[in-house]
Design a protein around this ligand. Sequence first.
Ligand code: FAQ
Length: 314
Amino acid sequence: MSIQDLEKIFQEKIDNEIKIEPKDWMPEAYRKTNIRQISQHAHSEVVGMLPEGNWISRAPSLKRKAILIAKVQDEGGHGLYLYSAAETLGSSRDEMIADLHSGKAKYSSIFNYPSLTWADMGAIGWLVDGAAILNQVMLCRTSYGPYARAMVRICKEESFHQRQGFEALLVLSKGTDAQKAMCQDAINRWWWPSLMMFGPKDSESTNSDQSMKWKIKRKTNDELRQQFVDMIAEQIKVLGMKLPDDKLQWNEERKHYDFGEINWDEFWNVVKGNGPCNKQRLAARNKAHDEGAWVREAAIAYAEKSKHKKQAAA
Ligand code: FAQ
Protein backbone atom coordinates (compact mmCIF):
# COMPACT_ATOMS: atom_id res chain seq x y z
CA MET A 1 0.00 0.00 0.00
CA SER A 2 1.29 3.49 -0.77
CA ILE A 3 1.96 6.06 1.95
CA GLN A 4 -0.96 8.10 0.62
CA ASP A 5 -3.31 5.13 1.08
CA LEU A 6 -2.03 4.49 4.59
CA GLU A 7 -2.44 8.17 5.48
CA LYS A 8 -5.98 8.11 4.11
CA ILE A 9 -6.93 5.08 6.23
CA PHE A 10 -5.30 6.67 9.28
CA GLN A 11 -7.17 9.96 8.85
CA GLU A 12 -10.46 8.14 8.24
CA LYS A 13 -10.04 6.32 11.55
CA ILE A 14 -9.44 9.64 13.31
CA ASP A 15 -12.44 11.24 11.60
CA ASN A 16 -14.65 8.27 12.57
CA GLU A 17 -13.50 8.36 16.22
CA ILE A 18 -11.72 5.00 15.97
CA LYS A 19 -8.75 4.89 18.35
CA ILE A 20 -5.25 4.48 16.97
CA GLU A 21 -3.59 1.46 18.60
CA PRO A 22 0.14 0.68 19.04
CA LYS A 23 0.37 -1.78 16.12
CA ASP A 24 -1.59 0.41 13.68
CA TRP A 25 0.24 2.33 10.98
CA MET A 26 0.62 5.99 11.93
CA PRO A 27 2.50 8.96 10.46
CA GLU A 28 5.92 9.43 12.06
CA ALA A 29 4.97 12.95 13.16
CA TYR A 30 1.87 11.60 14.97
CA ARG A 31 4.05 9.07 16.82
CA LYS A 32 6.58 11.77 17.72
CA THR A 33 4.10 14.32 18.98
CA ASN A 34 2.38 11.69 21.11
CA ILE A 35 5.71 10.60 22.60
CA ARG A 36 6.51 14.28 23.24
CA GLN A 37 3.21 15.09 24.92
CA ILE A 38 2.76 11.85 26.88
CA SER A 39 6.35 11.85 28.17
CA GLN A 40 6.12 15.53 29.17
CA HIS A 41 2.90 14.65 30.93
CA ALA A 42 4.54 11.70 32.74
CA HIS A 43 7.48 13.88 33.80
CA SER A 44 5.03 16.49 35.13
CA GLU A 45 3.31 13.92 37.31
CA VAL A 46 6.62 12.72 38.76
CA VAL A 47 8.20 16.16 39.28
CA GLY A 48 4.78 17.25 40.57
CA MET A 49 5.31 14.98 43.59
CA LEU A 50 8.06 17.28 44.87
CA PRO A 51 6.23 20.49 45.94
CA GLU A 52 3.71 18.44 47.93
CA GLY A 53 6.24 15.89 49.16
CA ASN A 54 7.85 18.88 50.86
CA TRP A 55 4.90 19.09 53.30
CA ILE A 56 4.33 15.42 54.21
CA SER A 57 6.49 15.66 57.32
CA ARG A 58 4.87 18.97 58.33
CA ALA A 59 1.18 18.29 57.70
CA PRO A 60 -0.90 19.76 60.54
CA SER A 61 -2.63 16.49 61.56
CA LEU A 62 -2.43 12.74 61.04
CA LYS A 63 -5.50 12.89 58.79
CA ARG A 64 -3.95 15.56 56.55
CA LYS A 65 -0.67 13.66 56.45
CA ALA A 66 -2.41 10.42 55.37
CA ILE A 67 -4.34 12.25 52.63
CA LEU A 68 -1.22 13.99 51.37
CA ILE A 69 0.82 10.78 51.27
CA ALA A 70 -1.97 9.08 49.29
CA LYS A 71 -2.17 11.99 46.85
CA VAL A 72 1.57 12.15 46.23
CA GLN A 73 1.59 8.39 45.72
CA ASP A 74 -1.26 8.72 43.19
CA GLU A 75 0.83 11.21 41.18
CA GLY A 76 3.69 8.69 41.04
CA GLY A 77 1.21 6.08 39.77
CA HIS A 78 0.00 8.49 37.05
CA GLY A 79 3.60 8.87 35.93
CA LEU A 80 3.87 5.08 35.62
CA TYR A 81 0.72 4.68 33.50
CA LEU A 82 1.87 7.49 31.25
CA TYR A 83 5.43 6.21 30.79
CA SER A 84 3.88 2.83 29.87
CA ALA A 85 1.57 4.49 27.33
CA ALA A 86 4.54 6.33 25.78
CA GLU A 87 6.55 3.08 25.64
CA THR A 88 3.90 1.55 23.35
CA LEU A 89 5.05 4.13 20.77
CA GLY A 90 8.61 2.80 20.76
CA SER A 91 10.34 5.09 23.23
CA SER A 92 12.02 3.41 26.20
CA ARG A 93 11.42 4.51 29.77
CA ASP A 94 15.19 4.78 30.34
CA GLU A 95 15.49 7.18 27.39
CA MET A 96 12.60 9.35 28.58
CA ILE A 97 13.90 9.50 32.14
CA ALA A 98 17.43 10.30 30.94
CA ASP A 99 15.98 13.23 28.95
CA LEU A 100 14.17 14.49 32.03
CA HIS A 101 17.24 14.21 34.21
CA SER A 102 19.55 15.93 31.72
CA GLY A 103 17.14 18.87 31.44
CA LYS A 104 16.40 18.12 27.76
CA ALA A 105 12.74 17.17 28.27
CA LYS A 106 10.05 19.60 29.33
CA TYR A 107 7.60 19.18 32.20
CA SER A 108 4.84 21.47 33.39
CA SER A 109 6.01 24.96 34.34
CA ILE A 110 3.81 24.91 37.45
CA PHE A 111 6.09 22.58 39.38
CA ASN A 112 8.95 25.05 39.34
CA TYR A 113 7.28 27.23 41.97
CA PRO A 114 7.96 26.74 45.68
CA SER A 115 5.41 25.45 48.22
CA LEU A 116 5.96 27.89 51.07
CA THR A 117 3.09 27.26 53.51
CA TRP A 118 0.56 24.58 54.42
CA ALA A 119 -2.11 26.54 52.49
CA ASP A 120 -0.11 25.80 49.33
CA MET A 121 -1.20 22.15 49.67
CA GLY A 122 -4.81 23.32 49.39
CA ALA A 123 -4.06 25.72 46.53
CA ILE A 124 -2.17 23.04 44.59
CA GLY A 125 -5.05 20.57 44.99
CA TRP A 126 -7.73 23.09 44.09
CA LEU A 127 -6.01 25.12 41.36
CA VAL A 128 -3.26 22.88 39.94
CA ASP A 129 -5.25 19.64 39.99
CA GLY A 130 -8.28 21.67 38.90
CA ALA A 131 -6.42 22.94 35.83
CA ALA A 132 -4.97 19.49 35.20
CA ILE A 133 -8.43 17.86 35.23
CA LEU A 134 -10.00 20.22 32.71
CA ASN A 135 -7.19 19.41 30.32
CA GLN A 136 -7.22 15.71 31.13
CA VAL A 137 -10.98 15.13 30.84
CA MET A 138 -10.54 16.09 27.18
CA LEU A 139 -7.60 13.69 26.91
CA CYS A 140 -9.87 10.75 27.89
CA ARG A 141 -11.09 11.14 24.28
CA THR A 142 -7.68 11.64 22.71
CA SER A 143 -7.14 9.63 19.52
CA TYR A 144 -4.27 7.41 20.74
CA GLY A 145 -5.87 4.44 22.57
CA PRO A 146 -3.33 3.72 25.36
CA TYR A 147 -3.14 7.43 26.30
CA ALA A 148 -6.94 7.82 26.36
CA ARG A 149 -7.38 4.73 28.54
CA ALA A 150 -4.67 5.81 31.00
CA MET A 151 -6.45 9.14 31.40
CA VAL A 152 -9.72 7.60 32.61
CA ARG A 153 -8.31 6.42 35.93
CA ILE A 154 -6.07 9.47 36.27
CA CYS A 155 -9.09 11.78 35.98
CA LYS A 156 -10.98 9.92 38.69
CA GLU A 157 -8.06 10.34 41.07
CA GLU A 158 -7.42 13.97 40.10
CA SER A 159 -11.00 14.89 40.81
CA PHE A 160 -10.59 13.55 44.37
CA HIS A 161 -7.36 15.56 44.63
CA GLN A 162 -9.11 18.74 43.64
CA ARG A 163 -11.86 18.28 46.20
CA GLN A 164 -9.41 17.60 49.01
CA GLY A 165 -7.52 20.79 48.07
CA PHE A 166 -10.68 22.87 48.09
CA GLU A 167 -11.76 21.39 51.41
CA ALA A 168 -8.35 22.15 52.98
CA LEU A 169 -8.68 25.79 51.87
CA LEU A 170 -12.30 25.95 53.02
CA VAL A 171 -11.19 25.03 56.55
CA LEU A 172 -8.48 27.71 56.49
CA SER A 173 -10.92 30.28 55.06
CA LYS A 174 -13.09 29.81 58.15
CA GLY A 175 -10.18 29.88 60.59
CA THR A 176 -8.24 32.58 62.41
CA ASP A 177 -7.15 35.81 60.71
CA ALA A 178 -3.68 34.32 60.24
CA GLN A 179 -5.15 31.21 58.58
CA LYS A 180 -7.34 33.35 56.30
CA ALA A 181 -4.30 35.43 55.32
CA MET A 182 -2.30 32.26 54.62
CA CYS A 183 -5.13 30.98 52.41
CA GLN A 184 -5.32 34.24 50.43
CA ASP A 185 -1.54 34.39 50.05
CA ALA A 186 -1.41 30.86 48.61
CA ILE A 187 -4.18 31.70 46.12
CA ASN A 188 -2.32 34.88 45.13
CA ARG A 189 0.88 32.95 44.39
CA TRP A 190 -0.63 29.95 42.58
CA TRP A 191 -3.29 31.68 40.48
CA TRP A 192 -1.20 33.04 37.58
CA PRO A 193 1.12 30.01 37.32
CA SER A 194 -2.03 27.81 37.16
CA LEU A 195 -3.30 29.80 34.18
CA MET A 196 0.08 29.26 32.51
CA MET A 197 -0.32 25.48 32.80
CA PHE A 198 -2.62 25.50 29.77
CA GLY A 199 0.31 26.53 27.59
CA PRO A 200 0.94 29.56 25.36
CA LYS A 201 -1.99 31.41 23.84
CA ASP A 202 -3.39 29.78 20.71
CA SER A 203 -1.64 32.23 18.37
CA GLU A 204 1.73 31.15 19.86
CA SER A 205 0.96 27.44 20.23
CA THR A 206 3.14 25.65 17.69
CA ASN A 207 1.62 22.18 18.11
CA SER A 208 -2.10 22.95 18.51
CA ASP A 209 -3.27 23.06 14.87
CA GLN A 210 -1.87 19.66 13.97
CA SER A 211 -2.78 18.11 17.33
CA MET A 212 -6.39 19.29 16.90
CA LYS A 213 -6.54 17.78 13.38
CA TRP A 214 -5.29 14.49 14.75
CA LYS A 215 -7.66 14.79 17.73
CA ILE A 216 -4.77 14.41 20.15
CA LYS A 217 -6.09 17.69 21.58
CA ARG A 218 -9.82 18.27 21.61
CA LYS A 219 -9.82 21.85 22.87
CA THR A 220 -7.25 24.59 22.40
CA ASN A 221 -5.09 26.05 25.17
CA ASP A 222 -7.16 29.26 25.30
CA GLU A 223 -10.51 27.43 25.31
CA LEU A 224 -9.47 25.31 28.30
CA ARG A 225 -7.93 28.30 30.11
CA GLN A 226 -11.21 30.22 29.73
CA GLN A 227 -13.18 27.24 31.03
CA PHE A 228 -10.88 27.14 34.07
CA VAL A 229 -11.27 30.88 34.80
CA ASP A 230 -15.07 30.57 34.55
CA MET A 231 -15.07 27.64 36.98
CA ILE A 232 -12.69 29.10 39.56
CA ALA A 233 -14.22 32.61 39.49
CA GLU A 234 -17.42 31.02 40.82
CA GLN A 235 -15.82 28.56 43.28
CA ILE A 236 -13.76 31.27 44.96
CA LYS A 237 -16.96 32.95 46.11
CA VAL A 238 -17.59 29.95 48.39
CA LEU A 239 -14.17 30.48 49.98
CA GLY A 240 -14.83 34.20 50.46
CA MET A 241 -11.36 34.89 49.01
CA LYS A 242 -10.26 36.96 45.99
CA LEU A 243 -8.41 36.08 42.81
CA PRO A 244 -5.43 38.42 42.32
CA ASP A 245 -6.71 39.98 39.09
CA ASP A 246 -8.33 43.47 38.91
CA LYS A 247 -9.53 42.74 35.39
CA LEU A 248 -11.53 39.67 36.35
CA GLN A 249 -15.13 40.47 35.43
CA TRP A 250 -18.18 38.65 34.09
CA ASN A 251 -18.80 39.57 30.45
CA GLU A 252 -22.52 39.26 29.74
CA GLU A 253 -22.02 39.42 25.98
CA ARG A 254 -19.40 36.65 25.86
CA LYS A 255 -21.00 34.70 28.71
CA HIS A 256 -17.51 34.23 30.09
CA TYR A 257 -15.27 35.95 32.62
CA ASP A 258 -12.78 38.46 31.19
CA PHE A 259 -9.38 38.28 32.84
CA GLY A 260 -6.03 40.10 32.84
CA GLU A 261 -2.99 39.46 30.67
CA ILE A 262 -0.69 36.60 31.68
CA ASN A 263 2.98 37.44 32.10
CA TRP A 264 4.28 35.42 29.15
CA ASP A 265 7.88 36.45 29.76
CA GLU A 266 7.67 34.76 33.13
CA PHE A 267 6.12 31.65 31.54
CA TRP A 268 8.87 31.25 28.91
CA ASN A 269 11.55 31.97 31.45
CA VAL A 270 10.28 29.10 33.60
CA VAL A 271 9.90 26.78 30.58
CA LYS A 272 13.50 27.54 29.59
CA GLY A 273 14.75 26.34 32.97
CA ASN A 274 15.07 29.64 34.85
CA GLY A 275 12.08 29.47 37.19
CA PRO A 276 12.41 29.73 40.97
CA CYS A 277 12.86 25.96 41.53
CA ASN A 278 13.90 24.40 38.18
CA LYS A 279 17.41 23.55 39.33
CA GLN A 280 16.24 22.28 42.70
CA ARG A 281 13.62 20.03 41.06
CA LEU A 282 16.07 18.43 38.63
CA ALA A 283 18.65 17.98 41.36
CA ALA A 284 16.03 16.21 43.55
CA ARG A 285 15.00 13.91 40.68
CA ASN A 286 18.59 13.04 39.83
CA LYS A 287 19.42 12.35 43.49
CA ALA A 288 16.37 10.07 43.90
CA HIS A 289 17.31 8.19 40.72
CA ASP A 290 20.94 7.72 41.78
CA GLU A 291 19.99 6.63 45.28
CA GLY A 292 17.50 4.14 43.84
CA ALA A 293 20.11 2.44 41.63
CA TRP A 294 20.60 -0.41 44.12
CA VAL A 295 16.84 -1.17 44.08
CA ARG A 296 16.85 -1.46 40.28
CA GLU A 297 19.98 -3.62 40.38
CA ALA A 298 18.49 -5.87 43.08
CA ALA A 299 15.26 -6.27 41.05
CA ILE A 300 17.24 -7.28 37.94
CA ALA A 301 19.38 -9.72 39.95
CA TYR A 302 16.26 -11.26 41.51
CA ALA A 303 14.59 -11.62 38.09
CA GLU A 304 17.72 -13.36 36.75
CA LYS A 305 17.88 -15.69 39.75
CA SER A 306 14.19 -16.61 39.39
CA LYS A 307 14.67 -17.28 35.67
CA HIS A 308 17.60 -19.66 36.34
CA LYS A 309 15.65 -21.44 39.07
CA LYS A 310 12.73 -21.98 36.68
CA GLN A 311 15.06 -23.21 33.93
CA ALA A 312 16.81 -25.61 36.34
CA ALA A 313 13.45 -27.00 37.50
CA ALA A 314 12.16 -27.48 33.92
N1 FAQ B 1 4.95 24.02 30.90
O1 FAQ B 1 2.33 24.10 21.12
P1 FAQ B 1 2.02 24.11 22.57
C1 FAQ B 1 -0.63 17.67 36.68
C2 FAQ B 1 5.50 23.86 25.81
S1 FAQ B 1 -0.21 17.21 35.11
C3 FAQ B 1 6.04 23.67 30.18
O2 FAQ B 1 0.74 24.71 23.00
P2 FAQ B 1 1.09 21.44 23.25
C4 FAQ B 1 -1.01 16.63 37.68
C5 FAQ B 1 5.06 22.72 24.93
O3 FAQ B 1 5.52 21.48 25.46
C6 FAQ B 1 0.21 18.73 34.30
N2 FAQ B 1 6.04 23.66 28.83
O4 FAQ B 1 2.18 22.61 23.16
C7 FAQ B 1 -0.52 17.01 39.01
C8 FAQ B 1 5.69 23.10 23.61
O5 FAQ B 1 7.07 22.76 23.61
P3 FAQ B 1 7.68 21.57 22.66
C9 FAQ B 1 0.73 18.47 32.97
C10 FAQ B 1 4.88 23.97 28.21
O6 FAQ B 1 1.80 20.22 23.64
C11 FAQ B 1 -1.20 17.92 39.79
C12 FAQ B 1 5.63 24.61 23.62
O7 FAQ B 1 5.47 25.00 24.98
N3 FAQ B 1 -0.35 18.17 32.08
O8 FAQ B 1 -0.60 18.82 36.90
C13 FAQ B 1 3.71 24.30 28.91
O9 FAQ B 1 0.23 21.39 22.03
C14 FAQ B 1 -0.72 18.25 41.06
C15 FAQ B 1 4.49 25.16 22.78
O10 FAQ B 1 3.21 24.84 23.35
C16 FAQ B 1 -0.09 17.71 30.84
O11 FAQ B 1 1.05 17.52 30.47
C17 FAQ B 1 3.77 24.32 30.31
N4 FAQ B 1 2.71 24.65 31.07
O12 FAQ B 1 0.12 21.95 24.44
C18 FAQ B 1 0.63 16.42 39.52
C19 FAQ B 1 -1.29 17.38 29.98
N5 FAQ B 1 2.73 24.55 28.02
O13 FAQ B 1 7.22 20.27 23.25
C20 FAQ B 1 1.09 16.74 40.79
C21 FAQ B 1 -0.91 16.91 28.61
C22 FAQ B 1 3.27 24.40 26.81
O14 FAQ B 1 7.13 21.78 21.28
C23 FAQ B 1 0.39 17.68 41.56
N6 FAQ B 1 -0.33 17.93 27.81
N7 FAQ B 1 4.57 24.07 26.91
O15 FAQ B 1 9.17 21.75 22.77
C24 FAQ B 1 -1.05 18.82 27.06
O16 FAQ B 1 -2.27 18.82 27.07
C25 FAQ B 1 -0.29 19.77 26.18
O17 FAQ B 1 1.03 19.28 26.03
C26 FAQ B 1 -0.25 21.24 26.73
C27 FAQ B 1 0.62 22.07 25.76
C28 FAQ B 1 -1.67 21.82 26.72
C29 FAQ B 1 0.35 21.31 28.12
